[in-house]
Design a binder for this molecule. Structure first.
Ligand code: SF4
Length: 295
């Protein structure tokens, strides 16, 4: 694994300040109770007649994307271009907590953010979109996060179980219409999970794809009506694995078996030498993103 098997490696000065003290206190263990798995029900879907407010618009008080807010976000984003990821998280927590949240698929980038948040704001609500199709190895990372950091990542599930969903559609939709499957089992769940929050942390890196290359450090996310904060936008894959190596951060063991990017098991394969790191996602389809990070 790139950077994961060697000893401590310098990260080129990108981690200073808070990042230098990322060894965590044992007192963090057991801080938070086990989460309740929450099926996301159709009952909270907006009706056609009166669409429910989403994201920050549903908060009390709501946060609206006024010209003043958009101007603030643009200015802060430009200023944070040279900030470290912990500094960016510190700003986001100071500005938006307790309405600041994070969604994670337990990828290496997300694990870095969890590691940082454990120091900066361990009370930050973190959730996983539990589609029902995740690898057992992925689900097991949640337990390792709990043991290491005392942070209980909450599983958020779609209203329908895998069995109910496949029965409804006459079989697995990921084979014929993965866009719809991702919409139903990921996007809808994120949208409903983030109602009433102001901002969410994303673990995307700009160098992962052309689409992600457009990400700002801080921006208004129209798709989910939230402020989106991407502390790792300027990081490389090497930066991520260097931090994991330096601090022995838990990660999905499938990364050591050639799985460079991991999503649901039906839509993920190991990559071959020389392939793009996301080539193993939706292999055989033109689809490259689940839709969470496209505009
Ligand atoms: Fe469905 Fe595949 Fe998307 Fe998972 S990644 S929600 S299985 S299409």
């Amino acid at each position: 694994m790139d950077g994961a098997s060697g000893g401590p490696i310098d990260v080129g000065g990108k981690m200073n300040g808070t990042a230098e003290s990322m060894n965590l206190s044992p007192s963090l263990a057991g801080r938070r109770p086990l989460p309740v798995v929450e099926p996301i029900g159709a009952a909270v879907r907006p009706s056609a007649a009166e669409p429910a407010a989403e994201g920050a618009l549903a908060a009390d008080p709501p946060l609206n994307p006024t010209p003043e807010l958009l101007e603030e976000l643009a200015a802060v984003s430009a200023r944070l271009e040279t900030a470290t990821p912990p500094q960016i998280l510190e700003w986001a927590v100071a500005r938006f907590a307790p309405r600041f949240t994070m969604a994670t698929a337990f990828g290496p980038e997300g694990m870095c953010l969890i590691h940082m948040l454990a120091q900066i704001a361990p009370q930050t609500p973190i959730f996983n979109l539990e589609t029902g199709y995740q690898f057992p190895e992925t689900l097991a990372v949640r337990e390792r996060v709990l043991q290491r950091y005392g942070i209980a990542v909450e599983f958020k599930q779609p209203a329908l179980s895998v069995e109910q969903y496949e029965a409804l559609h006459g079989g697995p939709l990921y084979r014929t219409n993965p866009d719809q499957c991702c919409f139903d089992r990921k996007l809808t769940v994120l949208r409903q999970s983030a109602r009433g929050m102001y901002a969410w942390a994303s673990a995307i890196r700009r160098d992962q794809s052309d689409a992600r290359g457009q990400a700002a450090i801080v921006e208004w996310d129209r798709k989910f009506q939230l402020v989106k904060v991407s502390p790792l936008a300027n990081w490389t894959k090497r930066d991520v694995w260097n931090l994991i190596s330096q601090h022995d951060i838990p990660y999905n063991p499938l990364h050591d078996q050639g799985y460079t990017s991991i999503g649901c098991w039906p839509c993920t394969r190991a990559v071959l030498a020389g392939e793009d790191e996301r080539a193993g996602r939706w292999s055989g389809f033109s689809k490259t993103e689940c839709g969470l990070h496209t505009r």
